[in-house]
Design a protein around this ligand. Structure first.
Ligand SMILES: [Zn+2]
Ligand SMILES: [Zn+2]
Length: 291
C-alpha cells in the first residue's frame, strides 16, 4: 500500500456503540482520522453479535470514499495459551467471529493479543496450544479480501507469551509463517516490555530487529500510544502522545523508518474526543516534520 499524500495514515480507535457507520464515521471525522480501528463485539466479553448489513454497507462505503483503512480489535479476553478449556474454546469462536466481521466490514487486519501461559504452564506447552488453535483460523483466510491476522505483543505482564520483539520468532514459527500473519506493534507495550524507544537510536534498533525476525511486509499496523510508565516497567498504561515517557521524537523516528512505509498508526490514548483529536493532530505534525 503506497500512499503518496501521506506515508503513514494516522487515525484512532473509534467507538461504534451507536452503530458502525452512524457513530464510527462521525467520530473518525471529528478527530481527523485517516485510519480507523473498531470493536465488533464487547471487548470484555464472549458474546458475539451479528452486524447490521445496512450499517456494514454504509460503513464500507464511507470508509471507501474517504480511503480509510479499517482494522478490527478482537476482544481482550482471548487467550490461546490458556490452560482452561472454556477459555481456549471461547477464544477460537471469538476470534473466528472477529475475522468474519472483519471481512464483512472490509477490514484489512484483525488484531489479537498474543496471550499468556496460565495455570503454571510452561511457555512451550502454551505456545504449542496457540499453534493448534490458531492454525485452523489462519487456514480459513483464503479470499483475497480476507483480513490479515495481526499479532499484538503485550507489555510483558505476568506470564506473557510474547512481549519483546524476539518473542515473535517462536510465535511465527509455530504458525508456519502463514502468509496472512502480521504484526500490530503497540509502542506503549513494546516500550514497557523493555525496548527503550526514547533512547538514542531506540526506534531504529527495535524496528530493525522486528524486520529481521518477522521479515519484510509483516508489520501492518502500529498502535501509537505514549506510556505512563518507564521503559521495562511491564505496565500497560497508555498516555497521550508526547505526555508520557516515550515523548514526541520517537514517533517522528517511527514514521521515517523504512519498515513502517505506508503502515497506519492508530491511537488508543486516554480521554475523549478532544484529546484524541489533539493526539492525531500531533502525530500528523510529527509526520510532516513540523513538530
Ligand atoms: Zn494496542
Ligand atoms: Zn495496551
Amino acid at each position: 500500500m503506497t500512499d503518496k499524500r501521506n506515508r503513514n495514515p494516522i487515525g484512532g480507535h473509534v467507538p461504534v456503540a451507536g452503530g458502525l457507520a452512524a457513530t464510527g464515521i462521525s467520530y473518525a471525522e471529528d478527530i481527523g482520522a485517516e485510519a480507523v480501528q473498531v470493536f465488533v463485539a464487547n471487548p470484555r466479553g464472549w458474546a458475539t453479535t451479528s452486524g447490521s448489513p445496512r450499517q456494514d454497507e454504509e460503513f464500507r462505503a464511507a470508509c471507501g470514499a474517504r480511503e480509510l483503512p479499517v482494522f478490527v480489535h478482537a476482544p481482550y479476553l482471548i487467550n490461546f495459551g490458556s490452560h482452561t478449556k472454556a477459555t481456549a474454546d471461547n477464544s477460537v469462536s471469538s476470534l473466528r467471529h472477529s475475522l468474519r466481521r472483519g471481512r464483512e466490514i472490509g477490514a484489512s487486519g484483525v488484531v489479537v493479543h498474543t496471550g499468556s501461559a496460565t495455570g503454571g504452564r510452561d511457555r512451550a506447552t502454551a505456545l504449542a496450544q496457540v499453534g493448534l488453535l490458531l492454525a485452523p483460523l489462519l487456514k480459513e483466510l483464503t479470499r483475497e479480501d480476507d483480513p490479515w491476522l495481526l499479532l499484538e505483543p503485550t507489555a510483558g505482564q505476568g506470564s506473557s507469551l510474547c512481549s519483546q520483539v524476539r518473542d515473535l520468532e517462536p510465535y511465527f514459527e509455530i504458525l508456519g509463517r502463514h502468509p496472512r500473519l502480521g504484526v500490530c506493534l503497540d509502542t506503549c507495550h513494546v516500550f514497557a516490555a523493555g525496548h527503550d524507544l526514547a533512547a538514542p537510536g531506540g526506534v531504529k534498533r527495535t524496528l530493525d530487529e522486528l524486520e529481521a525476525i518477522v521479515g519484510p511486509g509483516r508489520l501492518r499496523l502500529i498502535h501509537a500510544n505514549d506510556s505512563k510508565d518507564v521503559a521495562g516497567a511491564h505496565k500497560d498504561r497508555h498516555a497521550n502522545i508526547g505526555s508520557g515517557h516515550i515523548g514526541d521524537a520517537p514517533f517522528a523516528d517511527l514514521m521515517t523508518h523504512p519498515s513502517t512505509d505506508g503502515v497506519p498508526l492508530v491511537i488508543e490514548t486516554p480521554g475523549r474526543k478532544e484529546g484524541h483529536a489533539t493526539d492525531v493532530a500531533r502525530l500528523k505534525e510529527l509526520r510532516e516534520g513540523t513538530g
